[in-house]
Ligand binder design. Structure first.
Ligand code: SER
Length: 316
């Protein structure tokens, strides 16, 4: 029987992944943890506990006590926020990963998932159709921590045969829990503001293309990767996985099909330089060859779902 620990269960990915994992593995077998309370459905449908990813002792104790077999470590400081507290962000992102890898090795955890990001690439990387293997010189503290993390993941796999798996997520779009402090998060905020006030001031330029993905696709890609037989997972650093690619102007046009008088203005801030250093689109042929994975949501379908669900959530 698999026993699954999710660290960062209250965040943008965790709040959706926990519910999807509970459907697959059973409510009581998926232990949700975070440093803050999770959405109600998570706290009410199965085990939840406050747990700090930086507390080695508590984490070890938890893994042993609940005989944890799989761990998903999702807690991280995102790109925009990390630039405001570089050393602290490095400490949180790296120390939590290293202690997780060490605890997983010591406690013989069967599988570990840790997300990487398109932020591992930098200005010297080809920006269109960015390949799996290419120049990687990230210029953000978040990107540097994700690239270092990828190297450590692969190290633990090669050196200790720890079954680690990872995806370089593009910008993730979702309505359940808002992300905090990412560069791609304009593409979540814009839908909320479109519904609340029919206008949005965007912190990126109108023509800033970035790779993006609707959360349901990201969750499916993650669970499919974790279910693959170990011998099929050849990349132990992290897989490129692509969904869609669009710029703020494209989202505004998609929203106008539903809200014709929606207005967007542009006031780029420090996140523009981060976005300009990242890929515009991703080549994910390695991931697709693995399991035939393919995203389902395009910009139109995603816009439809985002607007409908946010209206429901805000009772508008
Ligand atoms: N969405 C993340 C961010 O913008 C990238 O992984 O920080």
């Amino acid at each position: 029987m698999e026993k699954i620990l999710v660290i960062g269960a209250s965040g943008q990915i965790g709040s959706e992944l926990v519910m999807a994992l509970r459907k697959v593995y059973g409510d009581l077998n998926v232990f949700a943890t975070d440093i803050k309370d999770a959405p109600r459905d998570i706290m009410e449908s199965g085990p939840f506990q406050i747990l700090d990813a930086l507390d080695d002792q508590q984490l070890t104790h938890f893994v042993v006590r609940h005989k944890i077999t799989h761990i998903y470590h999702l807690a991280a400081v995102l790109s925009g926020n990390a630039e405001k507290i570089p050393l602290k962000a490095w400490d949180i992102n790296m120390r939590s990963l290293l202690s997780l890898l060490e605890i997983s090795r010591e406690c013989k955890v069967k599988k570990v998932f840790w997300p990487s990001s398109i932020a591992v690439f930098g200005p010297s990387t080809p920006r269109e159709n960015t390949p799996q293997y290419t120049v990687m010189e990230p210029t953000t503290v978040y990107g540097i921590s994700k690239l270092a993390g990828e190297r450590w993941m692969e190290y633990y796999n090669k050196r200790y045969c720890l079954d680690v798996r990872s995806i370089r997520y593009p910008g993730l779009i979702s309505y359940k829990t808002e992300a905090g402090g990412g560069t791609t998060d304009y593409a979540v905020e814009i839908y909320y503001e479109a519904i609340k006030s029919k206008k949005y001031e965007c912190f990126l330029r109108e023509d800033t293309y970035l790779p993006m993905m609707f959360m349901e696709d990201a969750i499916n890609a993650t669970i499919e990767l974790m279910e693959l037989p170990a011998e099929k997972v050849r990349i132990r650093s992290s897989y490129n996985v692509a969904g869609i690619s669009f710029c703020p102007n494209d989202v505004a046009n998609a929203i106008r099909k539903h809200i014709p008088d929606f207005e967007i203005t542009y006031n780029p801030d420090f996140r523009q330089a981060i976005a300009d250093s990242w890929p515009m689109s991703i080549d994910d042929s390695y991931a697709r060859a693995n399991d035939g994975w393919k995203h389902m949501y395009d910009l139109e379908l995603m816009t439809d779902v985002m607007l409908t669900e946010i209206r429901k959530k805000l009772h508008l």
